[in-house]
Every structure is written in C-alpha cells, then in structure tokens.
Ligand binder design. Structure first.
Ligand SMILES: NC(=O)c1ccc[n+]([C@@H]2O[C@H](COP(=O)([O-])OP(=O)(O)OC[C@H]3O[C@@H](n4cnc5c(N)ncnc54)[C@H](OP(=O)(O)O)[C@@H]3O)[C@@H](O)[C@H]2O)c1
Length: 281
C-alpha cells in the first residue's frame, strides 16, 4: 500500500484522482482548504471503496504558516510517504493576493506548492520509487515568467497569470527532475480540458458552451492516478504528458536560464535551501 498526498483533493480532478487511487488499495491523504468539502469527499470515496484509508488535513496554500504547519503535522503522521500530487489551483477573475502578498495564482498554484514540496522532501528521501506529479496545463502557452509580477506589480490578466503559474509548475517539475536524487521522480501533466469547478467564475453561457468540449473529472483523475502509482510510470522523470489530446509544449518552458532563475528566486522567496544541480545520483 502506498501513501499518496493530494493537495486540493476535495473536489474536481483531485477528488477523482483520489477515488481512482483509493480503489487500487492505496492510502490517500487529502490536503484541503475547505474541511466541510473534504468530509464530503471522504464519504464519496468510502461509498465507492468502503475499505479505503482516507486521511484529511487542513491546508491553505495561500499562507506560508499554514503550509509549514500542515507539513510538520503530515510528516509527524507519515515520516515516509510515496507520492505527492500538487493539484490545487485557482483562477480568480480579479486580482487577489496570498497572506505573504503574492498574486494569488502565482502564490497558490505555484509558489505554495514549491514551499510545500521542499518541506515534504525529507518524507520521500528514503522511499524507493517516490513520485511527484505536478498539475500543469496546456495553458502554459499563455504564460511567461515575468519576475516583475509576482506580487501583482503589473496590470492583472486572469489568463496571463494562470498561464504564468502553469508554466512555473512545468519548469519546477523539470528542475526537480534534474535536481532530485534518483529515488524520486518528477513529472507534469495537462489533465485535459476538464469539467470541474475551476470554470465556476466564467459567464454562464460561455461555461455551458465550453462544457461541450470538456472531459470528465473521472477520465482526468484516472490518468493522473496512473502517473502517481501505475507501474508504467516507474522510473520515468522529467516528462510532461496530456490526459486529453495532443500536447504542444512551449519552447520557452525549456529556457534553462529562466527555469534556473525561477527555481533559485523561489527558494529565496520561500526561505528554503535550493537543491543543487549535482544532487541527482
Ligand atoms: N479543469 C481543467 O480543465 C484543467 C485544465 C488544466 C489544468 N488543470 C489543473 O488541474 C488542477 C485541479 O483543477 P480542477 O479543475 O480540479 O479545479 P477545481 O475543481 O476548482 O479544484 C481546485 C482545488 O484546489 C483547491 N484550492 C484552491 N485554492 C486553494 C488553497 N489556497 N489552498 C488549498 N487548496 C486550494 C480547491 O479547494 P476549495 O474547494 O477550497 O476551493 C479545490 O480543491 C489545477 O491545478 C488546475 O490548474 C485543470
């Protein structure tokens, strides 16, 4: 039995991923902002898999204090665990900020996960075949890493900020694949255009139209679950795959200079020690 931690696992793709993983007999830990929804998610998983081992934790990725306190609690419960899925995400229409003053999409979708991942790495240090799966998106094409926007210094664009956060997720995944010891893999996924709550703030008509082209959360969750625990993903690292259709990858995601600068800047912003490039053995 593997222990799989999923951020934002109380709904959408995260919940569908948890359902698929629990159905295979693995323990799932859901790290959620809304504990009421987390309880409902647990009941949903248990209704499908009555013997499932489901653990619930409070985590707000928009707060470094919450990330630190969650990480300490989780590592106390599970000094060793197998898989981290950085799934939680937001797409606010108007500009919002984290507790530390970061633009919310950069702060939650990317930087909060950056801090969380580094704090949790000791729990994977001695686990053979440990895996990290990052939820990126084909929307990384709309993003550009602009070091002058992390605290919302420039005019806000919902799509631009989302694209930047998803490009950052992808670059982070690739940097980790170069830097982590060989027992831990790091891969990114575009789950597809998925019929989840993420589009809840869209105008109703546009939402209804868009839904015609979306795949189910179950289909996306099954794909992500396979990346997390499937035997065909054993030993694979540094990949970016799509659960739905072809995935053209933006050339700028391979810009080593920007990628390394983002990695090192993020370490400073989070106050963590960056992994050195030679760490992979
Ligand atoms: N849906 C798509 O078409 C699509 C396409 C490409 C990539 N993705 C990516 O897939 C991932 C999952 O998205 P989804 O479609 O399943 O969206 P969703 O249904 O809106 O779920 C997002 C999850 O993130 C959680 N979350 C938001 N802010 C948080 C915070 N500050 N701290 C902790 N958790 C927080 C939400 O919790 P609450 O319930 O408390 O809000 C929710 O559980 C995201 O990273 C998204 O960018 C989705």
């Amino acid at each position: 039995m593997k222990t799989v931690l999923i951020t934002g696992g109380n709904t959408g793709i995260g919940l569908a991923t948890a359902e698929a993983i629990a159905a295979q007999g693995h323990r799932v830990a859901l790290a959620c902002r809304d504990m009421g929804k987390a309880q409902q998610a647990k009941q949903k998983i248990l209704a499908q898999t009555p013997a499932a081992d489901v653990r619930l934790y409070a985590l707000d990725l928009a707060s470094f204090d919450s990330i630190k306190s969650f990480s300490a609690t989780f590592l106390n419960d599970f000094p060793s665990f197998d898989v981290l899925i950085t799934n939680a995400g937001v797409v606010p229409r108007t500009q919002q900020f984290t507790k530390e003053g970061f633009e919310l999409q950069f702060g939650v979708n990317y930087l909060g996960h950056y801090l969380l991942t580094h704090l949790l790495l000791p729990g994977m240090a001695n686990v053979q075949g440990a895996r990290i799966v990052h939820l990126s998106s084909i929307m990384h094409h709309f993003g550009k890493i602009d070091f002058g926007t992390f605290k919302g210094e420039k005019k806000y664009s919902e799509i631009g900020a989302y694209g930047q956060s998803k490009l950052a997720n992808l670059m982070f995944s690739n940097e980790l694949a170069k830097r982590l010891p060989s027992n831990i893999s790091s891969n990114a996924v575009h789950p597809g255009g998925v019929d989840s709550d993420i589009y809840r703030e869209l105008p109703k008509l546009l939402h209804q139209f868009l839904r015609l082209f979306l795949i189910s959360t179950a289909r996306a969750g099954k794909y992500v679950a396979n990346m997390a625990v499937g035997s065909d993903w054993a030993g694979r690292t540094g990949e970016f795959k799509s659960a739905h259709g072809p995935l053209p990858i933006a050339k700028r995601s391979n810009d080593q200079q920007i990628s390394e600068k983002l990695y090192n800047t993020s370490a400073q912003l989070c106050g963590v020690e960056p992994l050195v490039l030679s760490a992979r053995v």
